[in-house]
Design a protein around this ligand. Structure first.
Ligand SMILES: Cc1ncc(COP(=O)(O)O)c(C=O)c1O
Length: 298
């Protein structure tokens, strides 16, 4: 049998089959916790510091104390990858409220749990599937409001997205676009969304309740460097459907063209020119040590 992957829990490493937290953990009971999904490319953890900053911001928003410094978390992520001998990995970093009683009072949870799971990076989509693009519905489930369980907080509560994902699955689509409570485009269930119209790139602001994605920010900077005009502004469903190009971004998805929305073909039904250019550049940049933290010494 091949060696079992090791999972980090509060400073210890457990084989995957033994890696567990209590059923009294409020992460399990209430979705009370925060997390990050991170990628390692060729021994470089892409945008790790930005992910750690966002984790701390999410934790602050829910008044969750992370019992480690940012530097300690970075070292723990690096060490987990080294112990698992991974060079291309998906990393799930989770901080739960910890063990409490059955009531939801977070003050009963004295110690949060810090968990790091690393797995070989899955190719979510083959190159061909990527170029073909994905289909989206426009979900009837509205993105959580910014004054409620907004996705600006990357919390363990993903039911809002899961309801929309179920709707997409039932409709035979790959994923769903979610609108905010006013009807403006927010994001998909687990990616940020961009449109291109007449050469101008636009993406909705976090005021729609969308998660301020790390890939989104990186792609916005990259597009500006390549000379494109990039706008962060409200986008209507009409603009989405009539865009020349649409693509989504995320740690798992990277950059993915969208070729169908709510039964309408986007542009000419193929990955757009600007989308393809960004995808090509992203593939190189995510492996650049300047854009991440190195796991192994040279
Ligand atoms: C709701 C949601 N939006 C957007 C994203 C994309 O964010 P990032 O690029 O930081 O992975 C994610 C994935 O983490 C997500 O869960």
């Amino acid at each position: 049998m091949s060696k079992e992957p090791l999972v980090y829990i509060n400073g210890e490493y457990y084989p995957k089959s033994k890696a567990a937290v209590s059923v009294y953990d409020h992460g399990f009971l209430y979705g009370d916790g925060v997390f990050e999904g991170i990628r390692e490319y060729d021994g470089i953890i892409f945008m790790l510091r930005e992910h750690i900053d966002r984790l701390y911001d999410s934790a602050k928003a829910i008044m969750l104390e992370i019992p480690m410094t940012k530097e300690e978390i970075i070292n723990a992520v690096v060490e987990t990858l080294r112990r698992n001998e991974l060079r291309d990995a998906y990393i799930r970093l989770v901080v739960t409220r910890g063990v409490g009683d059955l009531g939801l009072d977070p003050r009963k949870c004295k110690n949060s749990n810090v968990i790091i799971i690393t797995e070989p990076a899955l190719t979510l989509y083959s190159k061909e599937a990527k170029l073909k693009g994905i289909s989206l519905i426009i979900s009837s489930v509205r993105r959580d409001r910014v004054d409620a369980t907004t996705h600006q907080i990357k919390s363990m509560n993903y039911l809002n997205s899961i309801l929309a994902k179920l709707e997409a699955i039932n409709a035979g689509a790959d994923d769903a676009v979610m609108l905010d409570d006013r009807g403006f485009v927010a994001e998909t269930t687990s990616t940020n969304i961009f449109i291109v119209k007449n050469g101008i790139i636009a993406t909705p602001p976090p005021t729609t309740g969308a998660l301020p994605g790390i890939t989104r920010a990186f792609v916005m900077r990259l597009a500006k460097r390549l000379g494109y005009h990039v706008e962060e502004r409200e986008i209507t469903p009409f603009e989405l459907i009539t865009a020349d190009e649409v693509f989504v971004t995320g740690t798992g998805a990277e950059i993915l063209p969208v070729t169908k929305i709510a039964g309408r073909t986007v542009g000419d039904g193929k990955a757009g020119k600007i989308t393809l250019r960004l995808m090509e550049r992203f593939e190189k940049e995510c492996r650049d040590p300047a854009n991440g933290v190195k796991v192994y010494p040279d």
